[in-house]
Design a protein around this ligand. Structure first.
Ligand SMILES: [Zn+2]
Length: 599
């Protein structure tokens, strides 16, 4: 039997023929705009009667919302694919800004709609959402209404949004502009080069310590030179956010991020408490790694240093088969999904110039298909990335038939299926390593990620919460920012490092993102949440897949506490679940410590 050969180029023509020149896409965008206008007219003309009659209107509006939302997403995802496959596609950039404009208009109408829901009395509301036809959507509808209730009046919120364009959001954009001008000098082969911050950052994973150290010195200096501008930017960005919170009567800075992620403060506190209690072993790993590198202690710039290199390469075909085989050990549906994605050309993996860096998985709702983007050159980490993105694809695939408004999951559960799929494949890679050296390289790669999520992200979280508390009293100086960051890093890394990165508040883009506040703890939550499910799957064996799918289908229509109680029979505000999840990470460290004993 001849082996099938999968194509490593995706098929986009099934959506719109002709790429950025597609007349079909032009029509689609026109239709989307018309739908948004229609939606707007309907909302503007609606005054809730505050009776059961409102339910009919609500159902009609929800149908419109679904249709419009899907159309918008279909276009946005397709254009995202065009931009990724060819970064020189100028027409795609123009199309992209067109979609951004449409999305903004749609969001504004939605805001007005959510606000109107607040004028319906609680009693009438409860009756409406318990109707058979709306029951399934009750959680999200009530969430919209509750969130609108906690905000200011429609007019005031509209004013905040309008002022935010040149206030709040422009501070975030100013950050990007300042960063784009920063150059980090670096001497290579006797020649001094000016690296962009992205290029300089990549040097931190260079195996040569002298290179890492030299880049780090210049890195700190480059950020230090701009520190006053960056501190001003951060102070005003956070000041704007805090002022809005104050006007709305919110005193907890974590209120909004927790609400967006549909989780309780108690859950977050329990997660960090369990992590903190288990850091001893992470510190042992850092000590061993230092020893292996011939150092007393690691420094900040050593954290991404690889343990070694592996020569092993898998062709795209071999990588695909490895993934399918190992997915099959978990469940048939996951494996069949991967096979379909490979066969039906859902994946763009070709290693050629002109592609964007990185990887993603995007969903085209009108076609009920996903597309995966990455550059595959055959390394074990490429195979893991491919499995990761297929996991994202499986998440949306598992949600087939779930209403559109119940599919918009938050950041903290967005990585559930991807991390899960990646773990299956990364564990299989470690098991099938050709020799001990290769096994160590693969293990080290996994542990580095654990260190990043349990220590680096922890430092970001500690810094950001403390910074926002202090900022309530007024702007904070560069010196103080450095101090708060240094303290957070020392604490998060348990004093295990020789040298830290006090200017991390400046070099980390995530503190300057205005679209989502607190762009840190959801990463750690998502990672451990997925590992906790993985621990259950390992314990229960092959029959687990149906339960897993049932959980995925509910990820966007309940709180994480309810999700875990319903599908995992665990209480996320208690330590048990988190201890099991952290335990999975610690097993890798145990193995690493054992294999490197005496080396
Ligand atoms: Zn992902």
């Amino acid at each position: 039997m001849a082996a099938v050969t999968y194509s490593d180029v995706w098929n986009l023509d099934v959506f719109f023929k002709g790429g950025s020149d597609s007349p079909e896409l032009q029509n689609h965008l026109k239709e989307t705009e018309e739908l948004i206008n229609l939606f707007q007219t309907k909302i503007n003309n609606w005054t809730p009667s505050n009776s059961a009659q409102d339910s009919e209107f609500l159902q009609e509006v929800l149908r419109d919302f679904e249709k419009t939302g899907k159309k918008l997403r279909q276009a946005g995802a397709f254009i995202g694919c065009l931009l990724a496959q060819n970064t020189e596609d100028k027409k795609a950039y123009a199309l992209d800004s067109q979609v951004t404009g449409l999305s903004a208009a749609f969001q504004t109408v939605l805001g007005a709609f959510h606000n109107l829901l607040t004028s319906i009395d609680d009693k009438v509301w409860d009756n409406i959402i318990s109707l058979a036809s709306l029951k399934e959507l009750g959680f999200i509808l009530s969430e919209w209404r509750e969130r609108a209730k906690e905000k200011l009046s429609k007019e005031e919120e509209a004013l905040i949004n309008a002022l935010g364009v040149d206030g709040y959001h422009s501070w975030g954009q100013l950050y990007d502009l300042i960063v784009s001008k920063i150059k980090v000098p670096f001497t290579e082969n006797g020649e001094e080069k000016q690296l962009s911050v992205g290029q300089a950052f990549n040097k931190f994973s260079n195996p040569d310590r002298e290179i890492r150290q030299a880049v780090f010195e210049n890195w700190e200096k480059a950020w230090g030179d701009q520190a006053d501008l960056l501190a001003k930017t951060l102070n005003h960005l956070s000041g704007f956010r805090l002022n809005v919170y104050k006007k709305r009567g919110w005193d907890e800075v974590l209120k909004e991020p927790l609400s967006i992620n549909r989780m309780k403060k108690e859950t977050l506190d329990t997660m960090w408490a369990v992590i903190t209690e288990n850091k001893e072993k992470l510190v042992k790993y850092l000590e061993r790694k230092a020893q292996l590198l011939g150092l007393e202690k690691l420094s900040w710039f050593d954290l991404d240093a690889p343990y070694g290199t592996t020569e092993s390469k898998l062709s795209y075909q071999e990588g695909a088969q490895f993934i399918e085989e190992n997915f099959a050990k978990f469940g048939e549906k996951l494996s069949a999904f991967a096979k379909m994605a490979f066969e039906e050309q859902w994946i763009e993996a070709a290693d050629r110039p002109g592609k964007a860096p990185g990887g993603f998985c995007t969903y085209l709702p009108e076609s009920e298909q996903s597309r995966i983007f990455m550059t595959y050159s055959g390394t074990p980490s490429n195979v893991s990335t491919l499995a990761h993105e297929l996991g994202h694809g499986f998440h949306t695939y598992a949600m087939r038939g779930v209403p559109h408004i119940n599919r918009l999951y938050a950041m903290n559960v967005a990585e559930t299926a991807s991390t899960f799929a990646e773990m299956i494949v990364a564990d299989a890679s470690v098991k099938s390593a050709k020799n001990e050296e290769e096994k160590l390289v693969l293990l080290d790669d996994k542990i580095q990620r654990t260190v990043a999520l349990l220590m680096n992200i922890h430092a970001r979280f500690l810094f950001e919460t403390r910074f926002y508390e202090e900022r309530k009293q007024g702007p904070i100086s560069v010196e103080r920012l450095n101090e708060v960051m240094l303290e957070a890093q020392r604490e998060a890394y348990c004093d295990a490092l020789e040298e830290y990165h006090p200017l991390f508040w400046a070099s980390k883009l995530h503190f300057f993102i205005t679209g989502v506040p607190f762009y840190n703890f959801p990463y750690t939550f998502g990672y451990l949440f997925s590992l906790g499910i993985y621990a259950q799957a390992l314990a229960e064996g092959k029959g687990y897949e149906e339960k897993y799918i049932a959980l995925l289908r509910d990820t966007a229509s309940m709180t994480v506490e309810d999700l875990a109680a319903k599908h995992l029979q665990v209480n996320l505000t208690e330590k048990d679940f988190w201890e099991k999840a952290v335990g999975i990470c610690l097993e890798d460290i145990d193995e690493f410590l054992e294999l490197t004993e005496g080396k």
